[in-house]
Each structure stands twice: as structure tokens, then as C-alpha cells.
Design a protein around this ligand. Structure first.
Ligand SMILES: Cc1cc2nc3c(=O)[nH]c(=O)nc-3n(C[C@H](O)[C@H](O)[C@H](O)COP(=O)(O)OP(=O)(O)OC[C@H]3O[C@@H](n4cnc5c(N)ncnc54)[C@H](O)[C@@H]3O)c2cc1C
Length: 309
């Protein structure tokens, strides 16, 4: 795609008309952020980045839009950097970029593990972190690790910038609080202080190219005595949106590791989730799998942190 079209000047961008699954749609390739804001205001269109969700949804007539604003050429949205405020990842950062980042290997191994499970190399080189967030799938693989890292999301529009917790941004299946005219600019989180462990685990119906039946992330920060100073756990595919597991976290906070601790904490996940049955698994299977995954993620995160300390 595009399969047919006429090109003409529009701001600094170009426009063509394309047809995807009998749906005719105007396509604008934006060159700058100002282009994007102007085009969103003038067309009421929707953003496309890597297109790995949008095109599939358009083919199923599940992406209502009269215009697509392509942001994929905007270099200002593709970065991974660290400053005193933490680590910042631009919305256009691809999974391949994440996997190639030494900074993220060091500071956010759960993001690396999650990115490595997404699709195949083709999807990982086109799909973006902003697209995974914007798509707000309950099973999106980057969402649990970002929630467990307590990530904040930066939204920008012609009028300015707002920053809010990712937890507040996700409202439900494919629903976010993105306002008209806004785009996802970046996602940020504090660099975890050492010693910490950060783990992502995914259960799918096969080992590759699988949408998660359940996915889980755990971040544990230890204090000088080896106690769990902070525990953040998040799950996907077990509720209408990826969720923080506050019941699990409450069991862990301030505790020394003991034989029963991670089992007790994992049992508490039942209070955090509301899974449904679908083609990938039943609700009761997901409940059992969630408990297992949480226990395993906690053990692995704790071992990672202990090795570091
Ligand atoms: C074969 C295949 C395998 C896949 N496997 C997985 C998998 O294992 N795990 C997984 O989680 N996902 C998977 N996906 C889904 C997809 O690759 C990811 O969700 C990807 O991150 C989406 O990014 P994108 O840039 O392609 O988004 P797009 O498709 O371009 O956009 C997705 C949504 O986000 C919005 N959006 C994108 N960027 C912005 C922005 N900057 N500001 C505002 N809104 C924005 C769009 O409007 C749209 O609603 C797979 C997809 C395919 C086709």
C-alpha cells in the first residue's frame, strides 16, 4: 500500500488517496510535528506510525478514519536517552531500536524481554512503542513492563504538552485518554536504583508470533538489608486493559524473601484481574496462568536484584 493515489503539496507534507479493503482514505505524510498538529486539526484524521496495527484493523474495517496522518518520518520522535529525570523513549522508537539499546539492556531488561517477544523481525523493525501504547490492546506486550516501571507518558499538541501516568492514559480495550489533536510524544520512567530486578514473561499459544494469553512484568527494588523496598507488578490480557497488581504489591512491600512470600503474593493477583474467555484461553485458565507467571516473575526479579547487590 498505497495502491493508488494523486500526490500534491500540503504544508510541508504530501497527500494521496488510498484504498484499503474498499475503504477510501486520505493519506498525509507529515514531515514535522507542526505538520502533524495542523493536519490533525484540519482533517480530523488519525495517526499512523509503523502501521502494524492500523493496517490490520483497516483490513477488518475496525479502524474508522477518513484521513491518516503518517508520523513515521518525524525524526524528533525517535530517540532513547537518559537525563536526570530518567529514561525517555520517543514514540517512534521501534522494537528493533529497543533491542539495540545498551541503556535499556542495563536499566530496563524487562522492556528488552518484552520487545524480543513481539512478532517477527519485520514487525519489530516497523512497530513502535508509541503504537503499542496508542493501540491500547489489553495484551500489548510493552504495557506491563512500562506500568511496572511506573512510566509516564508525554502527550503533545499545538497548544502544549501534558504528562500523565501511563496507568491513567489506558482506559480500556483500544481506549485511551488521547484528546483530539494530541499525539504520543514519548514515554519516560525513573532509572531504577540498584539493586533492582526487572522481568517480563509472556505465555502464548506458541513460542513465536503469538498474542499473549497472559503477560506479566515485575520490578523489585531491594534495600540495603535485602528487603523488598518497592515492588511493582503488572499484567496484560487478564482485564480490559493492562493492569498494575496492587494486591500483589501490598503483600511484598517491606518484606524479606521467604519461601511462602512469592506464593502468597501471587495468590493475591486474583484480586487484581478480571479475565475473560476467548479463542486464546478461558478465564479460569488465565487466572491459573496469571498466578504462575507472577510467582515466576517475582522469583526471577528477586534473583536478578540479589545478583546485583
Ligand atoms: C504480524 C504481527 C505480529 C505482532 N505481534 C505482536 C506481539 O507479539 N505483541 C504485541 O504487543 N503486538 C504485536 N503486534 C502489534 C503491533 O506490532 C504493535 O502494537 C506495534 O507496537 C504497533 O506500532 P505501530 O507503530 O505499527 O502502530 P500503528 O499501527 O501505526 O498505530 C497503532 C495505534 O496507535 C496510534 N498511534 C501510533 N503512534 C501514535 C502516536 N505517536 N501518537 C498517537 N497515536 C499513535 C494509531 O493511531 C493507532 O491507533 C503484532 C502485529 C503484527 C502485524
Amino acid at each position: 500500500w498505497p495502491r493508488r493515489g494523486r500526490m500534491y503539496g500540503f504544508h510541508q507534507s504530501f497527500k494521496i488517496s488510498v484504498e484499503v479493503s474498499m475503504q477510501e482514505i486520505d493519506y498525509f505524510a507529515a514531515e514535522t510535528l507542526d505538520d502533524v498538529y495542523n493536519l490533525l486539526a484540519e482533517t480530523g484524521g488519525r495517526v499512523i506510525a509503523g502501521g502494524t496495527d492500523v493496517i490490520v484493523q483497516m483490513q477488518r474495517s475496525a479502524f474508522p478514519a477518513t484521513a491518516l496522518i503518517d508520523v513515521s518520518r518525524i525524526a524528533d520522535l525517535r530517540f532513547i536517552r537518559e537525563d536526570t529525570g530518567g529514561i525517555h523513549i520517543g514514540a517512534l522508537t521501534t522494537y528493533a531500536d529497543v533491542l539495540a539499546s545498551c541503556l535499556l539492556h542495563e536499566a530496563a531488561p524487562a522492556l528488552i524481554q518484552a520487545a524480543a517477544t513481539v512478532g517477527a523481525p519485520q514487525t519489530r523493525s516497523r512497530g513502535t512503542i508509541g503504537g503499542n501504547i496508542g493501540n491500547a490492546s489489553p495484551a500489548g506486550d510493552m504495557l506491563p513492563p512500562l506500568l511496572a516501571l511506573n512510566a509516564e507518558i508525554t502527550l503533545t499538541c499545538a497548544a502544549g504538552t501534558r504528562i500523565l501516568p501511563l496507568d491513567d492514559f489506558l482506559l480500556g480495550p483500544r481506549q485511551t485518554c488521547l484528546a483530539p489533536g494530541e499525539i504520543i510524544h514519548s514515554v519516560s520512567f525513573e532509572t531504577p536504583p540498584k539493586p533492582f530486578g526487572a522481568v517480563f514473561l509472556k505465555l502464548g499459544n506458541r513460542s513465536g508470533m503469538a498474542i499473549a494469553v497472559v503477560n506479566a512484568a515485575a520490578v523489585l527494588l531491594l534495600d540495603a538489608q535485602g528487603r523488598i523496598a518497592t515492588a511493582r507488578v503488572a499484567l496484560g490480557a487478564v482485564a480490559p486493559r493492562a493492569v498494575r497488581c496492587l494486591h500483589v504489591e501490598a503483600v511484598l512491600a517491606g518484606q524479606q524473601r521467604s519461601d511462602g512470600l512469592f506464593a502468597d503474593a501471587a495468590r493475591a493477583v486474583q484480586g487484581d484481574i478480571a479475565p475473560i474467555s476467548d479463542i486464546r484461553g478461558t478465564a479460569s485458565y488465565r487466572r491459573q496462568a496469571a498466578e504462575r507467571l507472577v510467582r515466576r516473575a517475582l522469583r526471577q526479579a528477586f534473583e536478578q536484584a540479589r545478583t546485583e547487590s
